[in-house]
Design a protein around this ligand. Structure first.
Ligand SMILES: NC(=O)c1ccc[n+]([C@@H]2O[C@H](COP(=O)([O-])OP(=O)(O)OC[C@H]3O[C@@H](n4cnc5c(N)ncnc54)[C@H](OP(=O)(O)O)[C@@H]3O)[C@@H](O)[C@H]2O)c1
Length: 264
């Protein structure tokens, strides 16, 4: 499970990340476009030192934004991220969007960065199947290792999930609890599973992700919720229950597409 750090200032992030590490989280999500990659670096290095956690136990995902794709100096962009994050490598480096006219060339440059060892894995966020098809048609050397897209019970994105499973690509599901919007909070099937297992609705959904094989990338600014969100490893949904939760799907996307990525 991955904790988000986006749009948090130093004080809040330190509190949330330290609490997360203490209850067992080890993976963190950021992006150049979130504007606080350097704070993530400061917070993680301080927390690792204070809690005696070695770098190898931490998994950092960051992303390269559209404006950096336009600049084209992708090898320089990883250096900036590494400096911000105070690390010699990132665990997963994602292209944030399939920016039209740039994303194929960007991916080829990211492959070179992968070979340099500065990114231990590469991939992309917000790709539709057609972007994978175009990229694969153009020829790739390194199969993407990880993909991040919006995924929750109201957007199960089955086609992309099967594609990733078939190609052995790990999936990170962003907005995994769909911000707990009323349609989620009030869904009968989630309420009854919550009652049955004595778990919260958020825990039922996070467990649904775990059993489907998608890694939730959630955000919380409340340390007290972190223990709740990691408390999903002591119950099991049946196959029918997984299907029932998936039946909430209506291809609903909470996050609109990037304004600079029209028609993505
Ligand atoms: N790659 C991309 O293009 C992309 C796009 C969007 C998002 N993301 C990533 O995904 C992360 C998460 O997405 P998101 O923030 O949209 O959605 P989310 O994680 O589904 O929802 C976050 C909201 O849920 C609340 N929450 C967390 N745990 C809860 C719980 N146990 N019970 C009730 N409410 C809970 C949080 O409130 P509190 O703060 O009050 O706990 C927050 O308002 C982002 O922060 C970002 O890192 C990536």
């Amino acid at each position: 499970m991955v904790m988000s750090t986006n749009y948090m200032d130093y004080r809040l992030m330190k509190e949330v990340v330290a609490a997360g590490l203490k209850c067992g989280f080890r993976a963190f999500d950021t992006a150049r476009d979130y504007g606080n990659e350097d704070i993530v670096g400061r917070v993680l290095s301080e927390c690792m030192r204070e809690l005696h956690i070695p770098r190898e136990e931490i998994f950092i995902t960051t992303k390269i934004g559209n404006s950096q794709q336009i600049l084209g100096n992708i090898d320089r962009q990883i250096e900036i991220s590494l400096k911000n994050l105070r690390t010699e490598y990132v665990d997963l480096w994602l292209m944030h969007w399939p920016y039209p006219d740039y994303y194929i060339e960007t991916y080829h440059k990211m492959e070179k960065v992968y070979h340099s060892g500065k990114a231990h894995a590469i991939g992309m966020a917000n790709y539709r199947l057609r972007h994978f098809e175009r990229l694969f048609d153009a020829g790739i050397e390194i199969m993407p290792h990880g993909v991040q897209y919006e995924c929750h019970p109201m957007r199960t994105a089955d086609e992309i999930l099967s594609f990733c499973k078939n190609n052995n690509i790990a999936v990170q599901a962003y907005s995994p609890i769909c911000r707990m919007i009323p349609e989620i909070r009030n869904a009968d099937c989630l309420k009854s599973l919550s009652d049955k297992y004595h778990k919260t609705i958020a825990q039922v959904i996070l467990r649904w992700h775990f059993q489907r094989g998608t890694v939730p990338v959630f955000k919380s600014t409340k340390p007290e919720r972190l223990r709740e969100n990691i408390g999903i490893f002591d119950f099991n949904l049946t196959d029918d229950e997984i299907r029932e939760v998936s039946s909430l799907n209506q291809d609903y996307k909470y996050h609109l597409e990037s304004a600079s990525c029209p028609g993505y």
